[in-house]
Design a protein around this ligand. Sequence first.
Ligand code: DC
Length: 206
Amino acid sequence: MIIAIDGPAGAGKGTLGLALAKCLGLRHLDTGGLYRATALQILRAGGDPNDPETAERAARALDEGVLGSPDLRRPDVGTAASVVAAIPAVRQALLDFQRAFANTPPGAVVDGRDIGTVVLPDAPVKLYVTASAEERARRRHKELLERGEASIYQRVRAEIEARDARDAGRAVAPMRKADDAVEIDTTDLDPEQVLARALAAIDART
Ligand code: DC
């Protein structure tokens, strides 16, 4: 069983992915974490995330320790992740790992931007999770404040919109709803309601 979840930053893919994996006894892969870890390694080494060679080297040398770092959630790391994600050699370097993870029994819930379109185009269930930019920024802002970090709503919103534009506008594997994906707009839903919609969509497809 493989479930592909795509959608923009802050739409609730991660929360849904974890809940579905728990409910269905599957493994969960947050592929954004791979791009974030690539970016964090570059930033820590004082490198430039825009440089294709630096970025490819970092993606090929991903360190397990970095994958668990709380620094992955930093807003500057999210922005740098979106920059390295536009580099084709970085995406290629991370592809085999994602496919191997998904194809290992008993299967997986994999979330990202291009899972249903490029990474796992044959996934039997594809979900596209969205929410308004205003609501996504509100959630991120709240999350940052709860972690005790300084946050300005307008700035979070501008960052989210810039990231959406970069992720959807890049030439290689842009963020896009697969033609056969079920869309769930989470703007006015709580996590339990989102999970119920997703389970209903999965029932209908399997
Ligand atoms: O989901 P996230 O915010 O952790 O993702 C961080 C960035 O990584 C996102 O802005 C774009 C990139 N990304 C991607 O290009 N493809 C994926 N499958 C997952 C994330």
